[in-house]
Design a protein around this ligand. Structure first.
Ligand SMILES: [Zn+2]
Ligand SMILES: [Zn+2]
Length: 191
């Protein structure tokens, strides 16, 4: 039986259902011990899509705070976000963890920056070369130490390419840097 889950989205991300309280109740009814909320992080200066607006971040976090006493001693609730990595957001990660006191950030690379600085979406990869860039970006993020686990590294398989040398190399890069940094990789299977 699954007793811990740290990858949870709510209605706020615009592609999931249920409130924070409904998820916590469901966790309780299913005998779970720990539930981590990791809705998609909004950014102050850019809307990457499929997520709450930045103006809702405070309400999301306080909704979890309000639930904690109610579920105390039954299900341990964690306040997190699934978030993309870019070097320019380092101060934002610090702000989320230190000022807003989030329990964790999960690295969720959907959008990433290519070697030319261009914003890309791994789901729309045009060739397996993009998987290499994606893997480089994941490794760079892992090494910063701001993330507690990598959400769905297997998202790079959402495409019509055959497994080739690039994809094998991308997998190796991610597993090697995860091993080196003692980083958890989620098996999501969506890809
Ligand atoms: Zn997610
Ligand atoms: Zn995701």
């Amino acid at each position: 039986m699954m007793t811990n889950n740290f990858h949870t989205h709510t209605f706020r991300c615009l592609h999931a259902y249920g409130t924070e309280r409904e998820y916590a109740l469901e966790a309780l009814c299913n005998g779970m011990e720990q539930l981590g909320f990791s809705d998609h992080a909004p950014f102050p200066d850019h809307d990457f899509g499929y997520r709450m607006p930045y103006s809702e971040l405070g309400e999301y976090l306080s909704a979890i705070d309000r639930l904690r006493p109610e579920f105390d001693g039954r299900v341990k609730l964690f306040k997190g976000l699934e978030i993309e990595f870019h070097q320019k957001y380092i101060d934002y990660y610090k702000y989320l963890l230190e000022e807003l006191e989030l329990d964790y950030l999960a690295l969720g690379e959907h959008m990433y920056f290519g070697s030319d600085g261009e914003l890309k979406n791994i789901v729309l990869a045009s060739s397996s070369d993009d998987c290499l860039e994606y893997a480089e970006n994941v490794c760079r993020a892992v090494e910063t130490g701001y993330f507690r686990f990598v959400a769905h590294p297997d998202i790079m398989f959402i495409n019509s390419f055959d497994i080739d040398k690039n994809i094998e190399e991308a997998c190796r890069m991610i597993t090697d840097c995860a091993a080196k940094n003692d980083m958890i990789l989620e098996l999501n299977a969506n890809g």
